[in-house]
Design a binder for this molecule. Structure first.
Ligand code: ADP
Ligand code: MG
Length: 277
């Protein structure tokens, strides 16, 4: 079998300025998990480039290698073979320590399960990465508050995760991902645990960060509706990229939200006049 991804008829030229160097570049990346008796080839020769300011949706069936890809992009794991250039630097050969340093300054990570510390306030959850990054104590609080403000949760700083809705918890997790001022935000199924309106609210935040701040966003989703909010969509199958297209009829979350029924804090649909929309 060829390692070259098959080009489907609907493949379109990507709408990115060729002049800017890629912020992310993978060259023939393989990842094999060695389980002793069995070896799992989670990625089988992935080459791709993502430029600053792109918003990419990564799609594909369960087990197709999406999370493995994200962990490599996020410097949480290293390729078994192949190279990863992050802002021109070959990071595939760095030590764990050096990877952690790069990660804490360049990359924010958001997960499906939010991964907030339960007995810790929203503000303290958001502050945590500033501690690892060695930010002086005096600045941490200010940075964390600013990040919470960016996701519209400044008024919930003192709340614990159990006192927040799923959507609010994910917004805290996004604030935590932003607090060290990364240039890349990686989100692995960020709406996987959220209802459809709340999912669009999260897309509104990601689109705003992408447009207003030029943040590069790479988001895994298996929901085609959610991929419509990205600018570019890739599809993975069996550890290979099978499709890489410009999103057609891109959705703008800020325009879609007013057309959706509103949901109160407990996730119950409001019975207002728009509830049947
Ligand atoms: P996806 O996110 O698309 O569902 P993953 O990247 O999680 O896919 O998994 C790709 C393949 O690698 C699957 O066969 C999965 O079982 C395997 N895999 C993922 N993580 C590990 C791991 N830590 N150890 C062993 N196998 C793994
Ligand atoms: Mg996954």
């Amino acid at each position: 079998m060829s390692d070259t991804p098959s080009k489907l008829p609907e493949e379109l030229p990507r709408n990115v300025p060729e002049a800017s160097p890629p912020t992310i570049r993978l060259e023939e990346v393989h990842k094999t998990y060695d389980l002793g008796e069995v070896k799992v080839n989670a990625l089988r020769g992935v080459s791709l480039e993502i430029r600053a300011g792109e918003f990419v949706a990564v799609m594909g069936a369960s087990g197709s290698g999406k999370s493995t890809l994200m962990n490599i992009l996020g410097c949480l794991d290293k390729p078994t073979r192949g190279r990863y250039f992050l802002d021109g630097q070959d990071v595939s050969a760095l030590t764990k320590n050096d990877l952690a340093k790069i990660r804490s300054h360049k990359i924010g990570f958001v997960f499906q399960q939010f991964n907030l510390l339960a007995r810790t306030s929203a503000l303290e959850n958001v502050e945590l990465p500033t501690i690892y990054a060695g930010v002086p104590v005096a600045e941490r609080d200010h940075l964390a508050k600013a990040a919470l403000e960016q996701v519209g949760l400044a008024d919930r700083a003192g709340h614990f995760p159990s006192q927040l809705s799923g959507g609010q918890q994910q917004r805290v997790a996004i604030a935590r991902a932003l607090v060290n001022g990364p240039s890349i935000l990686l989100a692995d199924e960020p709406t996987g645990n959220l209802d459809s309106r709340t999912s669009v609210e999260i897309m509104e935040i990601l689109q705003k960060l992408n447009e207003a701040k030029g943040l590069t966003v790479v988001m895994v989703t298996h929901e085609p509706d959610i991929a419509q909010y990205a600018k570019r969509a890739m599809e993975f199958r069996d550890g290979r990229m099978r499709r890489d297209v410009l999103v057609q009829n891109r959705q703008i979350a800020a325009e879609v939200l007013p057309t959706l029924p509103s949901v109160d804090e407990d996730g119950v649909e409001a019975l207002g006049k728009d509830a049947s929309a």
